[in-house]
Design a protein around this ligand. Structure first.
Ligand SMILES: [Zn+2]
Ligand SMILES: [Zn+2]
Length: 830
């Protein structure tokens, strides 16, 4: 006989770990117990040596699908350190609340196949129950109040289980054994329905919502909801991490109305369809895309749309033009909650095959999570016609994640539901750094917290996508995400990292907090954080050494530079701790700053003025769209340097090119001109592969070997093309090729000079699939290794992770040179 204590860590809570341990214990004849604690799953086991060995091996080998067992530590028990009773049976003991919260929480999991079968089985007691779940699926992070993960610590605590549910919950051999959100019509949450006007039958008007407390009333609500959607209505629907606004994606009038009410201009909308088959009626889907669409996370997947009339499929689904206009990509997701499955099934009966499912908020504000506030902010003000809510509280706000598959690999675009805050690995350092809170950027904000190991290794918890932290409400959401992350992982920051931008709200908070609490503060240049995020991931994956230097190409919209200009077209020779700006896009003045971001024509006007190209005949079209007054004001602003920051932003160069070509002059959402420019270039390609040899290379090149990427010859060639009557789409393609070739040439020169062999790409401009593809091709052709991020987005969603990596590297440096004692002293004064 051997007597051991086993400690299992990793993602082991909310994934059916204890019933699994119980079943394995039964199978191997193990006695003892299992319990859930804040720092993982603890097991006491008594059995023969062989049985124990097999049992321990099974713990990692056969763990439930949603679990991620990271470590199984086995220690012999001291003699007589156990109860004799524990040698007779195996049991599951109640959870212990512990202060050490080092275990990992499972993310929310899409409804599993078993639950789905029951949901549509008329003989099942949960037939059509909108909250069906089991240990293999259902809500997790969105309903957890604190760890350990137990019903009492979730928003399910106000639903006492009925005898039948309680029996399942208590039966170690049941699929719902200790499924914390386990519930049914009799004891669990119910959907609710309230309309702005109308249908008294359901009790859906006035102050009291109709409640779907029985199958009949619940079905009636779903039916009424679909009826309203079918007639062109807009409904606010409560999901896992927040509200969606839904409408019929085939109804142009409804989509236009949704955009108008939500003030969402032209930004493409995501749709939800019922099945992979329906997805293929809209888009091209490869195996990797199929896998992520129908997997357990179910993010929005950006797919290449089938061209209208393509593949002469009589089966193609038609979407309203306003869903995504003529952009080549469409965001599609499959249902991931039982309610969504029920809605899509009911919709299909009425001939609705695709629903717009966009986040339930006014543009730029956090998504609504509370039924009362959603009514106030979405229905009472006339954005939605009705509210499909429920009485299960959302404790953590989560947007849908957005991903794209590039070369068979999933690349996150927005990391939220299902992904965050799954831990990311940070490079192992040769000194221990303190816990770092990285405050992130302003747009597409996330927050990161580090947890140090004992040997210089560390993990990083990156929060879900928070949005643009530009006003009080989004800052509140930022703060809520921060305190929640600290509390859940029981981490107290001992150092702070922020963007060096003078006025980002999160940077201001960090400076104030560092001063108040006497914490070390590391201010980080935006584009260095971009490149460091790619490096950190590559180092953790063993593709780079910790002390590696790479050439980072950071192309994005806006980031504060170290020289007072706005950067965004940067070539950085970067290590994890520091960087040098090796080259950049030539700067020009951006009259009115943000005003020129919205109005790309003014940006283009300023660029042409800088490049001495205003008199070019090819510029006549652009000038014709600007009235005399705007032109003279803009000229004056540039000449007298009034509110006209200089920028080297690649994002702005793409905007300007779109305006010069007449493709898109004004942005109704961030990056619209650049996105339209890319769409035009794809149209010019018409599905053919890009040829970089022959005509294109050598057409546009930087003027000399200066460390400046000069767009002058590129823009002049565009104007020549316009003058010669070349199609705008063709010129858009030429522009992409020129930028890729010029950038690659500069990169090669720097790498040659500096003895570098690896290029890291990051920045929102690389959301441009064509540019990414072209530049990667050119760099690889030149024999350089190319790194792109896979764990975090290429856009500003990566910044917090990059900041954390840089801050740790700098703190460890400080520790190495012996200053860590003073740092410790500073930290301990808190
Ligand atoms: Zn299930
Ligand atoms: Zn029940």
């Amino acid at each position: 006989m051997r007597h051991v204590h086993i400690h299992v860590t990793g993602i082991v809570q909310g994934v059916g770990m204890r019933p699994f341990v119980y079943r394995e214990a039964m199978a191997h004849g193990i006695c003892g117990w299992v319990l859930n604690a804040g720092d993982g799953v603890h097991i006491e086991a008594h059995a023969s040596v062989e049985a124990l060995d097999d049992f321990v091996a099974a713990l990692s080998k056969h763990a439930p699908a949603a679990a991620r067992v990271e470590h199984v530590a086995v220690a012999d028990l001291e003699p007589d350190a156990w109860d004799a009773d524990d040698e007779q049976v195996f049991r599951i003991v109640a959870s212990q609340d512990q202060t050490v919260h080092t275990t990992l929480i499972s993310p929310d999991i899409a409804t599993c196949d078993d639950c789905l079968r029951e949901l549509f089985d008329p003989a099942d007691r949960r037939y059509h129950y909108p909250f069906i779940n089991c240990t293999n699926c259902g809500p997790r992070f969105t309903i957890i109040r604190s760890l350990p993960y137990d019903r009492a610590a979730t928003s399910m605590d106000c639903f006492p289980m009925c005898p039948e549910c309680a029996a399942e919950y208590g039966d170690p051999l049941d699929r719902r054994f200790h499924a914390q959100p386990d519930a049914c019509f009799d004891c669990g949450p119910h959907i609710t329905w309230r309309e702005a006007a109308g249908d008294m039958e359901l009790g859906g008007s006035g102050a009291t919502p109709a409640v779907g407390s029985t199958r009949e009333t619940s079905d009636a609500i779903i039916d009424r909801c679909v009826e309203l959607l079918a007639s062109g209505g807009i409904v606010a629907i409560k999901g896992l991490g927040g509200f969606h606004l839904a409408c019929n994606a085939a109804n142009e009038q409804a989509v236009v109305e949704l955009r108008r009410r939500k003030r969402r201009s032209n930004k493409p909308l995501a749709v939800m369809v019922r099945s992979l088959a329906d997805t293929e009626r809209l888009c091209h889907v490869d195996d990797a895309e199929r896998g992520v669409l129908a997997g357990s996370i179910r993010p929005i997947v950006l797919l290449r749309r089938c061209a209208v009339g393509e593949g002469d499929s009589p089966d193609a689904l038609t979407l309203a033009p306003s869903v995504a206009h003529d952009l080549p990509e469409l965001g599609v997701m499959l249902p991931y909650t039982p309610l969504q499955h029920l809605l899509l099934a009911a919709a299909e009966v009425r001939g609705l095959h695709a629903l717009v499912m966009t986040s339930g908020n006014l543009s730029e504000e956090p998504i609504e999570t509370d039924d009362g506030l959603a009514w106030e902010h979405l229905v009472a003000v006339g954005i939605a016609d009705a509210l499909l809510g429920n009485d299960r509280a959302i404790l953590s706000r989560y947007d849908d994640s957005v991903v794209r598959v590039v070369g068979g690999v999933v690349m996150p675009v927005r990391r939220a539901r299902g992904y965050a805050p799954q831990p990311l690995t940070l490079p192992t350092l040769d000194a221990v750094a303190p816990c770092v809170l990285a405050c992130g950027p302003q747009q597409k904000a996330t927050i990161a917290l580090t947890r140090e190991g004992t040997n210089g290794e560390a993990t990083c918890f990156v929060s879900q996508h928070i949005g643009d932290v530009e006003n009080g409400e989004t800052f509140d959401a930022w703060n809520a995400a921060r305190t929640r992350l600290e509390a859940l992982f029981d981490l107290t920051p001992a150092a702070l990292a922020c963007d060096l931008h003078p006025s980002y709200l999160s940077s201001q908070w960090a400076r104030e907090q560092a001063r108040k609490c006497n914490l070390p503060l590391i201010e980080i240049q935006h584009h260095h954080a971009h490149i460091a995020s790619v490096m950190a991931e590559a180092i953790a994956a063993g593709q780079l050494t910790t002390d590696a230097r790479v050439l980072g190409i950071a192309f994005d919209g806006t980031g504060a530079g170290t020289d007072g200009t706005i950067w965004g077209g940067e070539f950085l020779v970067a290590g994890l701790a520091d960087f040098e700006r090796a080259a950049h896009l030539r700067t020009w003045a951006l009259p009115g700053g943000a005003a020129s971001v919205r109005d790309a024509r003014r940006n283009a006007f300023a660029l042409l003025s800088e490049l001495g190209l205003l008199e070019h005949p090819g510029a006549a079209g652009l000038l014709g769209t600007l009235d005399e007054q705007t032109r003279s004001i803009t000229t004056t602003m540039i000449e007298r340097n009034i509110n006209s920051p200089r920028t080297s932003s690649m994002g702005r160069l793409f905007d300007a090119a779109a305006a010069v070509l007449g493709i898109c002059g004004q942005a109704t959402y961030e990056g619209e001109p650049a996105i339209e420019l890319e769409a035009a270039a794809w149209r010019a390609l018409g599905g053919k592969p890009v040829r970089l040899d022959g005509n294109h290379t050598g057409v546009f090149m930087p003027a000399d070997n200066s460390p400046i990427l000069d767009p002058q010859p590129i823009i002049e060639a565009l104007l020549n093309g316009i003058e010669a009557g070349a199609p705008a789409d063709r010129l858009a393609l030429d522009f992409h090729i020129a930028i890729a070739c010029a950038s690659a040439r500069i990169a090669c020169e720097i790498c040659d000079r500096e003895g570098l062999d690896t290029v890291a790409l990051s920045g929102g401009v690389f959301m441009n699939r064509l540019l990414l593809q072209l530049l990667t091709h050119e760099l690889k052709d030149a024999g350089l290794a190319v790194l792109v991020p896979h764990a975090v987005p290429v856009n500003d969603g990566c910044i917090a992770y990059g900041q954390a990596a840089i801050a740790r590297a700098r703190l460890a440096q400080t520790a190495r040179v012996g200053c860590f004692a003073s740092l410790r002293a500073a930290v301990s004064q808190v």
